[in-house]
Design a binder for this molecule. Structure first.
Ligand code: UDP
Length: 469
C-alpha cells in the first residue's frame, strides 16, 4: 500500500464518511477482484461500503469485516454455472433473472434508516440491466469496466466491422491489420465463443447504451499504460471517466479469491534461484483440451526451466485434474516443477524467483505481471484476452505471443527465449521499464493519484445532491 496520499482514513471519513456507496460485482473471479479492490480503495477514502451480490460465487464477508454484505437469490441452476463454452448465455441469463431480486434487495438497502443514506451505486459494466433499476429508484449509477480501455474500444469496433461484412472473421484474413483499432489484427478481435453469434452484438449494444446513460465510468487502468486509447474513449463516451488503476497496487486481491490458494507455491518458490521460474496460469475461466495440456506439460519439462503451474480442476476438457499426464511425469521433474490447483497469484508474481509468466492475458493477470516487471508468454483464449495479448507482445513489447503454435518444441524455444536467451534481454528490460513507468501513476501528481482525487470529489458531490434532494 502507501499509495493513498497523506490524509488518514479518519480525516477522510470526516469528509466522506456519511456517504454510503453500494457496489454490485459481476460473479466471476476477475470481476469480483476488481470490484472488491475498488470497494477497499473507496473505503480507505472514508466512504462506507455496502456490497450487494448474487448467491452464486458470493465473496466471503469474513474477509471484509468493515463492509456490509447483502445477497439475493439469482435463480441460477447448477447446469447454468459459468463455462468458457457459453459465457454470453450466462451473462444474458443473469441480466434477466437478477432484475427483480436485485431491485428488491437494493430497495431494502435504500430504505434502511439505521444506515447512512446511499449516495451512489457502482455496478460492473456487464450488469447492463441495473441502469433501469437505478433510474427507477432515483440513485446515480457509476459503471466499473474491469477490462482494458483498449478492449473497450475493440469491443465497440465490432459492430461497425460486422456491418462492413468483416465478421465472422475469414481464415484468409486472420493476420490482416484492423485500421480502426491498431495494433490489432483480425485474429485479435475480442470475439467470444457462443452458440448464438448475435448474442455478442446484443450484449455489447446493451452495455454501451447503459454505460452512456450512467453518471460515470471507472476504469482499472492508467494513463501511463493506455493514454492514447483513453483520450479517444473520452471523446467517444460523453460521461466523466476516472482511470485510477491498477487497483491491485492499493490492495491485494487474495481476500476475494473464490478458490483456496495453495501457499505451498510460496514455500516452493523460496527454494528457487532469482528470476529462474516460469509461472503458468490460464485464469479462472479459460479451458484447454487434453492434447494441448500434454503439449504444455512436455514443453515445460523440455525447457529445463523450473516452473510453477496452476492447473485449475475442470480447466482441461473432459478431465478432472492431472490424470492425463504420463505416470513418469512428476518423477521426470525431479523437484524442478510444482503443480497447484490455485495459487496466491499476486504474491507469486511479486516473488524474486519468478522470471516469466505464461498467461491467458486476462486483464487482471496482465496488469499484475506488468506491475511486477515480469515478462509474459501470451496464450489468449477468447474475448479481451486476445486484445491484451497483442498489446503485451506488439505495443508494450514485454512478452512473446504463442500465436496458436501450441507445440512442445515451440513452447520450449519460447520459454528459453523469454527467460534465458540473450534474444529475450530487450523484452526483459522493457518489462522492468514499464513497471517503473506504471509506478509513477500512484505518486503524488501521478495520473491515477489525480484521478482518484477527482473521483472522491465527484462521489461526494453526488452524495451531497442526493442528501439535499
Ligand atoms: N488468480 C489467483 N490464483 C490463480 C490464478 C488467478 O489468485 O491461481 C487471480 C489473479 O490474480 C487475477 C484473477 O484471479 O486477479 C484472474 O483474473 P483475470 O482477469 O486475469 O482472468 P479471468 O480469470 O477473469 O479470465
Amino acid at each position: 500500500m502507501g499509495y493513498l496520499g497523506s490524509q488518514s482514513r479518519s480525516q477522510l471519513k470526516k469528509e466522506n464518511g456519511h456517504h454510503k456507496i453500494v457496489l454490485f460485482p459481476f460473479p466471476l473471479q476477475g470481476h469480483i477482484n476488481s470490484m472488491l479492490q475498488l470497494a477497499s480503495i473507496l473505503h480507505s477514502q472514508g466512504f462506507n461500503i455496502c456490497i450487494v451480490h448474487t448467491q452464486y460465487n458470493s465473496p466471503n464477508p469474513r474477509n471484509f469485516p468493515h463492509f456490509t454484505f447483502n445477497s439475493f437469490p439469482d435463480g441460477l441452476l447448477e447446469t447454468e454455472y459459468v463455462s468458457e463454452s457459453d459465457l454470453l448465455a450466462f451473462i444474458a441469463r443473469l441480466n434477466i433473472s437478477c432484475t427483480v431480486p436485485f431491485r428488491d434487495c437494493l430497495q431494502k438497502v435504500l430504505c434502511d434508516d439505521s444506515e447512512d443514506p446511499v449516495a451512489c451505486l457502482i455496478t460492473d459494466g456487464v450488469w447492463y440491466f441495473s441502469q433501469v433499476v437505478a433510474d427507477e429508484l432515483k440513485i446515480p449509477r457509476i459503471v466499473l469496466r474491469s477490462t482494458s480501455i483498449s478492449s473497450i474500444s475493440a469491443f465497440s469496433a465490432l459492430s461497425a466491422l460486422s456491418e462492413k461484412g468483416c465478421l465472422p472473421i475469414k481464415d484468409s484474413e486472420l493476420d490482416k491489420a484492423v485500421p480502426e483499432v491498431p495494433p490489432l489484427k483480425m485474429k485479435d478481435l475480442p470475439v467470444v465463443h457462443t452458440k448464438n453469434p448475435e448474442d455478442l452484438q446484443q450484449i455489447l449494444a446493451n452495455m454501451g447504451r447503459e454505460t452512456r446513460a450512467s453518471s460515470g465510468l471507472i476504469c482499472n487502468s492508467s494513463e501511463e499504460l493506455e493514454g492514447t486509447k483513453l483520450a479517444k474513449a473520452r471523446q467517444a463516451i460523453p460521461i466523466p471517466i476516472f482511470v485510477i488503476g491498477p487497483f491491485h497496487k492499493y490492495f491485494i486481491a487474495s481476500s476475494s479469491s473464490l478458490l483456496a490458494q495453495d501457499m505451498s507455491s510460496i514455500s516452493w518458490l523460496n527454494k528457487q534461484k532469482p528470476k529462474s521460474v516460469i509461472y503458468v496460469s490460464l485464469g479462472s475461466i479459460a479451458s484447454i483440451n487434453a492434447a494441448k495440456f500434454l503439449e504444455i506439460a512436455l514443453g515445460l519439462v523440455n525447457s529445463e526451466q523450473p516452473f510453477l503451474w496452476v492447473v485449475r480442476p475442470g480447466s482441461i476438457c473432459g478431465l478432472h485434474w492431472l490424470e492425463h499426464l504420463p505416470s513418469s511425469f512428476l518423477e521426470m521433474l525431479n523437484g524442478r516443477g510444482h503443480i497447484v490447483k490455485w495459487a496466491p497469484q499476486q504474491e507469486v508474481l511479486a516473488h524474486q524467483a519468478i522470471g516469466g509468466f505464461w498467461t491467458h492475458c486476462g486483464w487482471n493477470s496482465t496488469m499484475e505481471s506488468i506491475c511486477e516487471g515480469v515478462p509474459m508468454i501470451c496464450m489468449p483464449s477468447f474475448g479481451d484476452q486476445k486484445v491484451n495479448a497483442r498489446y503485451v507482445s506488439d505495443f508494450w513489447r514485454v512478452g512473446l505471443h504463442l500465436e496458436d503454435k501450441l507445440e512442445r518444441g515451440e513452447i520450449e524455444r519460447t520459454i528459453r527465449r523469454l527467460m534465458a536467451d540473450p534474444a529475450g534481454e530487450a523484452i526483459r528490460d522493457r518489462a522492468v521499464s514499464l513497471k517503473d513507468k506504471v509506478d509513477q501513476c500512484f505518486k503524488e501528481g501521478g495520473s491515477s493519484y489525480r484521478s482518484l482525487y477527482s473521483l472522491t470529489g465527484y462521489l461526494s458531490s453526488l452524495s451531497d445532491s442526493a442528501f439535499r434532494g
